[in-house]
Design a protein around this ligand. Structure first.
Ligand code: GLC
Length: 609
């Protein structure tokens, strides 16, 4: 009998039967032996319009008001925004949270699992105790695509350990004006670096999406977010199509070639049209020309911006879906969204074909991720979170990301023995500052925000007992008895538009006072600049003997000490041009302007240091 059934099934499969055939004792879409295409078609044929619209809706977990809301809303997806973490914030509470929501999704009529997104943009940075890798601008300075692939894998493992299956990363933005608050989320000012670093997608998505530890990656933000006038976050990218294609499109083309599972749309506009209504660039270019077959997702309340008025209207819902957005990140107003979209479909302003296309894309990724077979957290990956192996990888990334910009009188590398070292600066002993934004909170913050090693701890750990390491944040107590001073200064954490700096890019008063105290002492000074971008330091540079651009190194500050003491000979190269002054912005390689340090610049220690 079984052989007979198998024969029938094979024949049906060969003939591409469209009528959902029962496999074994369940519906065909539940049969993992069948091709994904077949399972999607079967499931789609069983879904109501309400269920299909639910799949296109992504709510913020904080928007889920009562148990059962996910089931009732037939929601296809949830997210944790930058500061949306369970309390207490640990791997078990994350995994239990994910499993709880997933069980609600499985309780729907067809039991379609949800897919859950986070911004693990430099490690599973929303999770306390996770490994925090250098932000992208530092990874761009490494020029090490294979290292970045490993980081993608390590991040995916830590994310998977908490159940999460969708990562809103990598940001493939090309930062053309460093006044932009998201410059540090960029790999640099030229497309070649970002295109090379799309290896991070391979790391995240693994050899297959269904493999243990793989998560869905997201190329973002499509397109032109780093090219706005004045570096205005979510602003206007007023450039020709030729420039858009030459500067901002290549990393997305490469990401699609690598099979990236999703693409997030940018808040910015292109020549006056908000990207969330950008049908030509989404439908014709991304989906048509590039052949992208994954999920196009909006940004957080992104469709609200189309008419540049607060909230969203039926016209904005229709414009975004018809522009090619398949899933809408509508954190709290998800009921209003589903009602509105349904009304627009019933009115014929959004076709059922468009709804089905979006669902095919979403369901295909859910089947490919293996969510129907293994919907709950794979807790085998819990042990990878903050593991020694991952922290060692992050430390190597920190080493390779440091860019040595000045080394007068060979003040560097520091001598480990018989050395009186004075360490100062607000970011010397501050893991929050060295990690930057998107770290256990959307904006990040100064202080002991997570576990790891500060730069000062790295220095203390590396210097021999025969040396003296003195720390005072403000450089009080510095005197000529010290052989060298290390000042760790720069920016405090920020994210997105809050980091825009149209008014100037100089050091703050606290840093300037610390540096003056050191300079007045006459002790040779090495500055370690912890920042998300080049800062306006030309005025102070002559007073410094050494300068390292440290970017935002993350939890493993030991990597900075490794370079300071010469355990690693710096190899980092500037991924952005370093301006002489902020009024040179935008300044980029090839534009004819002469900066303080050119794109690609980076010194090494001479042999036999
Ligand atoms: C934010 C960011 C985007 C992020 C999303 C979800 O506003 O623009 O990069 O993925 O919202 O947190």
């Amino acid at each position: 009998m079984r052989r007979f059934t198998l024969g029938i099934l094979t024949a049906a499969l060969m003939l591409g039967a469209h009528t959902p055939a029962l496999a074994g004792n369940g519906p065909a879409y539940r049969d993992a032996w069948r091709p994904v295409k077949f399972r999607v078609a079967d499931l789609l044929s069983r879904m109501t319009l309400d269920e299909k619209i639910g799949q296109m809706t992504q709510a913020e977990r904080l928007g889920i008001k009562a148990p059962g809301d996910v089931t009732k809303g037939m929601l296809g997806s949830l997210l944790s925004g930058g500061s949306s973490q369970p309390t207490p914030n640990n791997a078990i509470t994350w995994a239990d949270m994910y499993d709880g929501f997933q069980k609600e999704a499985l309780a729907t009529r067809l039991g379609i699992p949800l897919i859950y997104g986070v911004d693990a943009v430099h490690g599973h940075n929303g999770l306390y105790g996770a490994t925090v890798f250098p932000h992208n601008i530092g990874l761009g300075a490494t020029r090490d695509a294979s290292l970045v692939m490993k980081i993608g894998r390590a991040t995916a493992e830590e994310v998977s350990g908490t159940g999460i299956d969708w990562n809103f990363a990598p940001c493939l933005c090309i930062a053309r004006d460093d006044r932009w608050g998201r410059t540090y989320e960029s790999f640099g000012e030229v497309p070649e670096i970002a295109s090379a670093m799309t290896t991070v997608i391979d790391g995240m998505q693994g050899r297959s999406l269904s493999a243990p530890g793989s998560v869905l990656a997201t190329a973002k933000h499509y397109i032109g977010d780093g090219g706005t006038t004045g570096g205005d976050d979510q602003g206007e990218t007023d450039i020709s199509e030729a420039e858009l294609r030459a500067v901002h499109l290549p990393p997305f083309r490469e990401a699609v070639r690598r099979g990236v599972g999703s693409v997030m749309i940018s808040y910015s506009s292109w020549n006056g049209l908000k990207m969330h209504a950008g049908s030509y660039l989404i439908n014709d270019v991304l989906k048509g020309e590039l052949g992208f077959s994954g999920i196009v997702i909006s940004d957080y309340n992104g469709i609200d911006q189309i008419d540049r008025q607060p909230g969203f209207t039926p016209a904005e819902v229709t414009a975004s879906i018809n522009a090619g957005i398949d899933m809408v990140m509508v954190p709290f107003e998800y009921q209003k969204f589903t009602d509105t979209l349904k009304a627009e479909v019933l009115a014929g302003r959004v076709t059922r074909a468009r709804i089905d296309d979006a669902n095919r894309r979403i369901l295909t990724k859910k089947f490919e991720l293996g969510l129907f077979e293994r919907p709950l957290t794979d807790r085998r990956f819990l042990k990878t979170i903050g593991s020694d192996e991952h922290r060692a990888l992050a430390r190597q990334a920190v080493r390779e990301s440091q860019v040595l910009l000045k080394n007068e009188n060979r003040v560097l590398p520091l001598d480990k023995s018989r050395n009186r070292i004075f360490v100062a600066g607000k970011s010397a002993d501050d893991i929050g500052n060295q990690s930057g934004g998107w770290t256990v909170g959307w904006q990040g913050k100064s202080g002991p925000v997570t576990e790891g090693t500060t730069i000062l701890q790295g220095i203390r750990h590396t210097a021999k007992p025969s040396s003296t390491v003195t720390f005072d944040k403000d450089a009080n107590g510095i005197d000529k008895s010290y052989d060298v001073a290390v000042a760790v200064v720069g920016e405090t954490p920020y994210a997105e538009g809050r980091g825009d700096r149209p008014e100037g890019m100089g050091l703050d008063a606290e840093d300037l006072a610390t540096l003056k105290r050191l300079h007045d002492s006459g002790v040779p000074t090495v500055v370690v600049l912890v920042s998300g971008r080049p800062l306006d330091i030309a005025g102070q540079l002559p007073e410094w003997d050494g300068l390292i651009a440290s970017w935002l190194p993350g939890s493993e500050g030991q990597g900075v000490a490794d370079v300071l003491f010469g355990d690693y000979n710096p190899t980092g190269k500037l991924p952005v041009t370093w301006m002489r002054s902020a009024d040179q912005q935008p300044i980029n390689v090839g534009d004819g302007k002469s900066g303080l340090f050119p794109f690609g610049f980076g010194l090494r220690y001479r042999h036999g240091w």
